[in-house]
Design a protein around this ligand. Structure first.
Ligand code: T1G
Length: 644
């Protein structure tokens, strides 16, 4: 496989890059492109160059694996400048995604053409850096400062049509991209040649523009978007060369930051998790027809997610009224997509046409996969699986969505227990990415592979978890909350603990979050365990629930709430209720509070690893980032404490 090949189409040279899997820009790619720009420029027969990529995508950006190493010449900005300076104009022919350095190379070209399905973007801030090869300096010259600020500080790519409207690409072509790009290049030679991007004008913006942009960029919660904004502003107030130097300095500064290291850690962990090495070569079972038992919030969310992924759904409920309620719940999910403009009415109708409801389990006789999402009580779940064991195909995969019960206990007595597995979705199941996959000792490898294949099909983050109370995520949550309550008992203010975790990067602290979700859920779990004879010490949360303080839904939990408001107010009633359990008052720096609570999460994570409940520390980080709001730019509790 040759990295770069050149084919002549008359006076047009077609350069094809082939660097699987995503044409990442490695050191060899930078050198090859630089040398080619020199060589083709010196060839009098070549009047224009088309740059195209083999495989699934245009250049997807700098090779993230090289970030940890010292930069080696030729640096990417120099490659982009060399292409731009070529006498023979270059045309970028884009399919798949032109991202980061890939789009910066495209901006060094004189023209950019793309197929309709292509996307262009500058996702660097999602990796904790900023564009390092003119993204904050050329983009505003190409598309104007407003579009550049959106593209660079959000890190979100634009589809080709929108990119064309923004001025980022010159033409959207259908048919054969290479042929269209060559024709475009040939035609361009006979028209007025536009200025190279770096030579296009760029005017400063008024202060209020930058204030508004800064406010929006700060919502991301970490520094890279703000540094990118500074670089964009600098570019509007200085010459090209100075702006390039400023951008490069910022990029190199951020590249070595903890935030960038954490985001790269999550980036690679997210790509490894859905494809466990242990399942390589194991064929998953098909799951075209899916039964969902239970049409409540979880069941409807699971049904909606599976339908969105193209599966045929049969929703089973106990009576006709519950069936129609369940179908309405699924319909509401697609209504939401229509309201947000992500689905047309026809699309909604097509989705719902693939969702049937019934009270008759016998209709599941041909289902490939059945997922149970009924009330979290062992007797109810066992009855469901007894029925499924009777009516379903022997090879149908049967899954429980339990979050706290032992999947082995649920599967007791089930014929062919090798086809049983736990699939722990997080509510709302059609939105939350985390999916804990919980095999029992009897689960067959191809059934485990089916769980991961389903996770990929649903575009979720599948993580394997062993069987213990709360699997990975809820077990760590329990420890996190216990540690937070311990701080309260030591006299640290509840509001300070929440503020500390918000400062750390969580959207909400542990107490605000419980008030929002309801204290009674965990309370009932503890009461259930006590009723089953387990020794479960009384928690501060128990005291509040027994006093009727279940959170926002009862007008008060850890905090008071003014009538109809959601702003948490420190509560004298809570202080009174807990007075016996709190010794004195203690001022703890917020950084120390966060370190203590994240440390407790990591400690529990280490125990989970030692017990082989999790396969690797990065899996624990993914559970926390995708299921519990752990700030991704901190990498997860294991990464943040150096354990991963
Ligand atoms: N570098 C190295 N490897 C990469 C990579 C990259 N940029 N992008 C993907 N991979 C690997 C990935 O780890 C996986 O490997 C395989 O390719 C398939 O990835 C100077 C500094 C392009 C949209 O942020 O968004 O340019 O697991 O499963 O779903 O200003 O990959 O198979 O061994 O994601 O088809 C900016 C990141 C870099 C793009 C394809 N670029 N990549 O999605 O495949 S910073 C990015 C993606 C930069 C300049 C700055 C996606 C994709 P393995 P995949 P996919």
């Amino acid at each position: 496989m040759t990295l770069l090949t050149v084919r002549r189409d008359g006076e047009i040279a077609v350069v094809t890059l082939d660097n699987p899997p995503v044409n990442a820009i490695s050191e060899a790619v930078r050198k090859g492109l630089y040398d080619l720009a020199e060589r083709l420029d010196a060839d009098p027969e070549v009047r224009a160059v088309v740059l195209i990529c083999a495989g699934r995508t245009f250049l997807a950006g700098a090779d993230v694996r090289e970030f940890g190493k010292p930069p080696v010449e030729p640096h990417l900005p120099d490659v982009v400048d060399r292409i731009e300076a070529a006498e023979t104009p270059w045309v970028a022919a884009i399919h798949g995604a032109a991202l980061g350095g890939g789009f910066e190379i495209a901006m060094g070209c004189r023209f950019r053409v793309a197929v309709d399905s292509a996307r262009v973007g500058l996702p660097e801030v999602t990796l904790g850096v900023i564009p390092g090869a003119s993204g904050t300096v050329r983009t505003p010259r190409l598309a104007g400062i407003e579009a550049a600020v959106d593209l660079v500080t959000s890190g979100k790519p634009l589809p080709a049509a929108k990119a064309q409207k923004a001025g980022l690409i010159d033409a959207v072509v259908s048919g054969d991209l290479e042929r269209e790009a060559v024709a475009f290049a040939r035609a361009a030679l006979d028209a007025d040649m536009p200025l190279p991007v770096s030579k296009r004008p760029l005017a400063p913006m008024p202060e209020d523009f930058w204030q508004a942009a800064r406010k929006a960029a700060s919502k991301a919660g970490h520094q890279a978007p703000l540094r990118a904004l500074d670089s964009l502003r600098f570019a509007t107030e200085h010459g090209f060369a100075d702006a390039m130097a400023h951008e490069r300095e910022t990029f190199l500064d951020l590249r070595g930051s903890d935030e960038a290291a954490a985001l790269r850690h999550v980036f690679f962990a997210e790509r490894a998790a859905p494809k466990p090495a242990a399942l390589k070569g194991i064929e998953p079972r098909p799951f075209k027809t899916v039964g969902v038992i239970g049409g409540g919030t979880m069941g409807a969310g699971i049904a909606g997610a599976c339908r969105e992924a193209g599966m045929e759904i049969l929703l089973i409920e106990r009576d006709a009224e519950a069936v129609s309620r369940g179908l309405a719940n699924v319909g509401k999910i697609f209504d939401g997509a229509v309201k947000r403009g992500r689905l047309t009415e026809e699309g909604r109708a097509e989705r719902m046409a693939g969702v049937r409801g019934s009270t008759d389990y016998a209709e599941l006789s041909q289902a490939d996969l059945v997922i149970e999402a009924v009330f979290e009580e062992i007797g109810v779940k066992r009855a469901v699986f007894a029925e499924l064991g009777r009516v379903c195909r022997a090879d149908a995969v049967l899954a429980t969505n339990t979050s706290y019960l032992d999947p082995c206990a649920i599967a007791e007595g089930l014929p062919n227990p090798s086809r049983f597995i736990g699939l722990h979705f997080f509510s709302p199941a059609h939105i939350m990415k985390l999916l804990e996959i919980v095999p029992t000792p009897d689960t067959a490898p191809d059934v485990l592979a089916t769980g991961f294949a389903l996770g990929r099909a649903l575009n979720k983050m599948p993580v394997q978890a062993g069987i213990c109370e709360g699997f990975i995520g809820n077990r760590i949550l329990k420890r996190y909350r216990a540690e937070a309550e311990a701080l309260v008992m030591q006299g640290v203010a509840i509001s300070e603990i929440d503020a500390a975790m918000r400062d750390y990067g969580f959207r909400m602290g542990p107490f605000e979050a419980q008030d929002l979700g309801g204290l009674d859920i965990a309370f009932l779990q503890r009461e259930g365990a006590r009723a089953a004879g387990q020794e479960v010490p009384e928690t501060l949360g128990d005291i509040l629930v027994r006093a009727g303080r279940k959170g926002q839904k009862t007008g008060g939990g850890w905090y008071d709430y003014a009538e109809g408001a959601r702003t948490p107010l420190p509560s004298a009633a809570v202080t009174e209720l807990l007075v016996e359990r709190i010794s004195g008052t203690r001022d703890l720096p917020r950084a120390e509070i966060a370190e203590r609570l994240v440390g407790a999460m990591a400690e529990e994570g280490q125990a989970i690893l030692d017990e082989r409940i999790a396969q690797a520390p990065q899996d624990i980080d993914l559970v926390e980032v995708h299921g519990y709001g752990f700030p991704r730019w901190k990498g997860g509790p294991m990464f943040a404490t150096g354990a991963s």
